[in-house]
Design a protein around this ligand. Structure first.
Ligand code: G3I
Length: 327
């Protein structure tokens, strides 16, 4: 039988966001390993998940249990690992939120963190989102105002990439951000920053987070945004793909008609990705396996959603067929 990973014929990785807990559940394990060639931890490799404190000598205390479990899972099942994410303002350990040392001491902790994580997983994690969502949404502002900006200054992104490069020159370094396919101003800022990092050999790829809708952005917008990234000659990751069908809140259940429209959007995304020059294709990563796993639950999102490739019963949706058709 055809599977997603067979269908892509190793032209790129087809990834899924997982948790260490779910890899231990046989129904998930079966589909993860049957369909996908790459995993990303939805939460288990974030700083707040592994950085549990700072001891009296200024050394970081870690909980490696989940990340180690995922690495072992990937090794057993021959899966690529894309690390997500070293630095993100929304995943701060208590010890950093309450940090009362000097700015230099703060920066030293960040360097220690990046160095220790990359050193421990050298050769086991193929790529990392080094910094996630650092560019501001406001067109007139370059950097999002985060603890990292306040403590380390405007070159903090570059510093973090430099720490990562120094710790492991072989791991692929990505910058990852959202709204990249339709916010041309934000995308311009991201690509200009990526250019700067590239001139210093500090970056290998860019992730466009693909939290999109079945009818937005348009094919042309996504194509144009992709072409701009191709021109930068960096690896391309269509990251965090999920396709909302209910942004207008006009559905109380998933309909056959909307399902086909969603499949069409997935097909177009895959077609656009597949047409990227081979050497720049890195991965398409689904942001979860099945509809009831999505982060877009009513509590976060205000309404129900059905944004993924599998339904609650692990059955392939039309969107799954759309993915295959896009190849
Ligand atoms: O596991 C705990 C649970 O023990 C606790 O009872 C519960 C109560 O709040 O929280 C659970 O943790 C939640 C975790 O998801 C697992 O479900 C966190 O509160 C919640 O904040 C976390 O949300 C994640 C979010 O990032 C923030 O880290 C989402 O799952 C995850 O999909 C989302 O992913 C982000 C990407 O990393 C970056 N781009 C945007 C994307 C969507 O926000």
């Amino acid at each position: 039988d055809i599977t997603l990973k067979k269908a892509v014929e190793n032209n790129f990785f087809v990834g899924v966001a997982v948790s260490a807990t779910r890899t231990e559940i046989s129904s998930y394990d079966e589909v993860y390993t049957r369909e996908f060639s790459s995993i990303t931890a939805e939460n288990d490799m974030k700083m707040a998940s592994i950085f549990t404190g700072i001891d009296g000598s200024g050394n970081i205390i870690y909980d490696w249990s989940k990340i180690d479990a995922l690495i072992a899972y990937a090794e057993t099942n021959n899966l690529n690992v894309h690390g997500h994410t070293l630095i993100w303002h929304r995943s701060l350990p208590q010890a950093l939120e309450n940090f009362n040392g000097t700015d230099q001491e703060f920066e030293d902790v960040i360097e220690q963190y990046i160095t220790e994580v990359l050193t421990r997983y050298k050769g086991k994690i193929n790529s990392w989102d080094v910094v996630n969502e650092a560019i501001d949404d406001d067109p007139s502002t370059q950097w999002r105002n985060t603890l990292f900006l306040q403590r380390m200054g405007e070159d903090y992104v570059e510093k973090c990439f430099a720490f990562a490069r120094a710790a492991d020159p072989d791991v692929k370094l990505f910058y990852n951000d959202y709204n990249m396919t339709f916010d041309a101003i934000k995308r311009g800022k991201v690509l200009a920053m990526a250019d700067q990092l590239k001139t210093k050999n500090l970056i290998d790829g860019v992730g466009y987070q693909m939290h999109i809708d079945y009818n937005f952005p348009s094919r042309q917008e996504i194509q144009d945004a992709t072409d701009e990234l191709v021109a930068k000659n960096l690896l391309i990751h269509f990251a965090e793909l999920d396709v909302k069908v209910n942004a207008a809140n006009d559905l109380t259940e998933f309909t056959a008609e909307r399902s086909l429209a969603q499949a069409q959007q997935v097909k177009e995304i895959v077609e656009i990705f597949n047409a990227i020059p081979q050497q720049l294709k890195y991965a398409i990563t689904m942001w979860g396996l099945k509809d009831d796993d999505t982060w877009l639950i009513p509590e976060n999102n205000g309404r129900p959603e059905w944004p993924l490739l599998f339904d609650e019963s692990f059955q392939k949706k039309d969107a799954y067929q759309g993915f295959l058709q896009g190849l």
